[in-house]
Write a new protein. Sequence first.
Length: 116
Amino acid sequence: MRNNSPFPALIAYIPIIGWLYVYLLQRKNPFAVFHLRQSVGLFLFLVATFVIWAVVAYLLALIPYMAVFSVTLFTVVMAFYIFGFVIWVRGILNALNSKSIPLPLFGQWASRLPIA
């Protein structure tokens, strides 16, 4: 395959299976590894969002009458997940168009992940 073929980069946006494919079989393809880093960065961003919400919501639930506020924070988490979906689609489109553009908000950080 060509070095900037969109197929491995596109596969990188499929969690776990795509990550393993790119990591094990396309490790020497810098274009695919770039999109692998972006995909893993997106996943870590969404997991961190959920963990932070869970901790804050649990602590707020311990305070009387603040449980309602902790439930309200869940809407913020849902907004981040919708944002994550939009960014995921944008990453897929970047891969299909053979572009190496970092994803917004965390893309520069994700480019420095020690993968491959």
